[in-house]
Design a protein around this ligand. Structure first.
Ligand SMILES: C[S@@+](CC[C@H](N)C(=O)[O-])C[C@H]1O[C@@H](n2cnc3c(N)ncnc32)[C@H](O)[C@@H]1O
Length: 236
């Protein structure tokens, strides 16, 4: 995989993970660069810096409308334990908590956790926010949650890490628990956010989950219109 800085100042990946990788004279150098950049993006410091600099362009300042619509629909669950992975400033966590769910938001950037905790306190909403690497949650929360909420966390992970994410969601949900996800299904090269197709998402999850629904989201914010899929997957 060929990694380079893109013009948004974030990391870019040229070449999809399904494409053949040509042998190049400088392949070793590129591999080393890739490893360095992967460890940078996977470190809390990379994200913490964005919160501290105020360059959180993914932040829409509210829960994504698809979650509000889902919770207002007859299909919505009414209670249960919810984990929000990579919760950022906690908008989805606060939405679910305000509807009576018992919510824990997880993020490894301290500033995100501090901001979410403040927002909850100011709104008088009871939700817990914990500074954790999501890949360390299994020992602490195996089988604990009824629901996992996904919003722009999966797309920050290098494609190689997606199977680990699926395993994580599987293990922190109780059997029969559900993933409620809004996936960023854009097709641009580079990332984060890394693009993914609905078909790929289905293939990642189908082994451990029943795909209850996976459909284009009709109510995305303008910048993401036509590039999101809303998902409901049940742990087998
Ligand atoms: C693109 S932001 C999205 C934040 C939030 N979901 C939102 O939509 O505003 C991705 C978030 O995931 C967090 N994150 C990325 N990898 C993580 C990991 N391994 N463990 C915990 N948090 C992680 C980052 O710190 C960041 O807050």
């Amino acid at each position: 995989m060929n990694l380079r800085k893109n013009n948004r100042g974030l990391l870019a990946v040229a070449g999809g993970f399904d494409e053949p990788r040509p042998t190049r004279p400088d392949a070793k150098e590129e591999e080393e660069e890739e490893r360095g950049m992967m460890s940078e993006v996977e470190s809390p410091n990379f994200w913490e810096q964005r919160y501290q600099e105020g360059t959180t362009r993914w932040d829409i300042g509210q829960p994504a409308p698809a979650f509000v619509k889902f919770l207002n629909s007859p299909a919505a669950p009414v209670d249960g334990r919810v984990a929000v992975l990579g919760c950022g400033r906690g908008y989805e966590a606060l939405l679910f908590a305000s509807r009576g769910f018992e919510v824990v938001g997880f993020d490894f950037a301290p500033s995100a956790i501090a901001a979410a905790t403040c927002l909850a306190r100011d709104a008088g909403i009871s939700a817990q926010f914990l500074e954790r690497d999501i890949f360390d949650l299994v020992d602490e929360f195996a089988g604990y949650f009824d629901f996992v909420v996904e919003h722009t966390c999966f797309c920050t992970l290098f494609p190689e890490k997606r199977p680990n994410y699926v395993r994580l969601v599987n293990l922190i949900l109780r059997p029969g628990g559900e993933l409620i996800g809004l996936f960023f299904t854009h097709s641009r090269a580079g990332g984060p956010p890394f693009g993914v197709t609905a078909g790929e998402i289905e293939r990642y999850f189908a082994g451990n989950f029943d795909i209850l629904s996976l459909a284009p989201a009709a109510d995305s914010v303008p910048a993401r219109q036509g590039e999101e899929h809303f998902a409901l997957f049940r742990r087998k």
